[in-house]
Write a protein that binds this ligand. Structure first.
Ligand code: F6R
Length: 369
């Protein structure tokens, strides 16, 4: 049932191009517009929304962090993202015009469920982004967008994460489409880019051998740091989470702009630091900033592992290891940038002799607090 793979995680990583395509299936019409009829929140209700609040845990929370950049950019609706375990125990300000999005692979995570109950008690509409048909979170929500990733068996989430991202982009673009924003043209173009993205994920998977051998060479390290900016920041957090849970290593993700505010003190000779580099096209200021961050850490001895777009030559002199990903629009880059980090964590864990599908102390679905 592992389809020839040693671990479910490897199988699920390999399934990502199909999973991503399945999340899009039937949701883009012939004219290139989105049809999310299954989202039973009417266009007029969506036009009334004045705030989006995303609640989730773990990897799903990282998808939510990325969604915030997309939602605010494409819709200009303020968006907050919060860990469900924090949200449910404070006194969040919500009302009938707030749209709460609960993201959960299993649909059974207790903290996320409690957060959505709390939101509904305040009169907010709740949209679930979920992978498990008929699970509790979608049943208790006003609407659900299923991710259609297929069953995810490995404890560490991979294909569910990529499809959560696609679902988040769909919701963001749909909100933009329904409300009409100044980004109208951009939305059409992004929908076209999204419909191509499965092939780009496939291309990344085809080039992972150097990432595997790099991972094996780092098996005796204690610490790996991850840096990113903009949507690359949650990607860094996700890379660090995967490494913690699978390789049991000290792994931390930082916003690259925060380096000088503390984390740079951690840099020492030969410390591996993975850097997720934004596209040099588009918002090139982000790119330039991160290139100087790479120079700063390298000057202090870091061993830089740079994930950068094909054709980005500016990073070459500062990369001890260079991992290439296809060029994508900035906001979609997490769909390709996360994949090498999954492979990296899986291979490092294997090299350290860990059980990849069932990491110690973890459960696939956290139905207790
Ligand atoms: C990490 C991982 C967990 C889950 C989290 C939420 O690889 O799998 O962090 O993402 O427990 O689970 P769901 O999405 O089922 O609510």
């Amino acid at each position: 049932e592992k389809g020839g793979y040693d671990y479910f995680m490897l199988k699920e990583i390999a399934e990502q191009p199909k999973a991503v395509a399945d999340t899009l299936l039937g949701r883009i019409d012939a004219a290139g517009s989105l049809t999310l009829d299954e989202v039973r929140i009417s266009p007029s209700e969506l036009r009334e929304v004045d705030k989006v609040v995303i609640v989730a845990c773990g990897t799903a929370f990282h998808a939510g962090l990325i969604a915030k950049y997309a939602i605010e950019h494409w819709t200009r609706i303020p968006c907050e993202v919060e860990l469900a375990s924090e949200f449910r125990y404070r006194d969040p300000i919500l009302d009938g015009r707030s749209l709460v999005i609960a993201i959960s692979q299993s649909g059974e995570t207790m903290d996320t469920l409690m957060a959505l109950r709390h939101a509904r008690e305040q009169g907010s509409k709740v949209l679930a982004i979920c992978n498990t048909n008929g699970s509790t979170i979608p049943r208790e929500s006003d609407a659900v967008l299923y991710t259609h990733a297929g069953p995810e068996v490995a404890v560490a989430s991979t294909k569910a994460f990529l499809t959560q991202l696609v679902a988040c982009y769909l919701v963001a673009l749909y909100l933009g489409q329904v409300r009409g924003t100044k980004w109208g043209d951009e939305i059409g173009a992004v929908i076209r880019d999204l419909s191509q993205i499965s092939g780009e994920v496939e291309r990344v998977l085809d080039t992972m051998e150097p990432v595997r051998s790099l991972a094996r060479s780092l098996a005796d390290k204690n610490t790996v740091l991850f840096l990113g900016r903009h949507v690359g920041y949650p990607v860094a957090l996700e890379g660090a989470l995967k490494l913690k849970e699978l390789a049991y290593m000290h792994a931390e993700g930082f916003a690259a702009g925060e380096l000088k505010h503390g984390p740079i003190a951690l840099i020492e000779e030969d410390l591996p630091v993975v850097v997720v580099v934004p596209s040099p096209r588009g918002r090139s200021v982000l790119h330039d900033k991160i290139v100087s961050n790479i120079q700063e850490i390298r000057a202090r001895g870091a061993r830089t592992i740079v994930i950068a777009e094909e054709g980005d030559e500016a990073v070459v002199p500062y990369a001890d290891h260079l991992i290439r990903i296809p060029a994508t629009p900035t906001l979609l880059q997490p769909l390709v940038a996360t994949v090498p980090l999954q492979v990296f964590a899986c291979e490092l864990a294997t090299a350290r002799g860990n059980e990849v599908d069932q990491p110690r102390n973890l459960a696939k679905s956290v139905t207790v607090e």
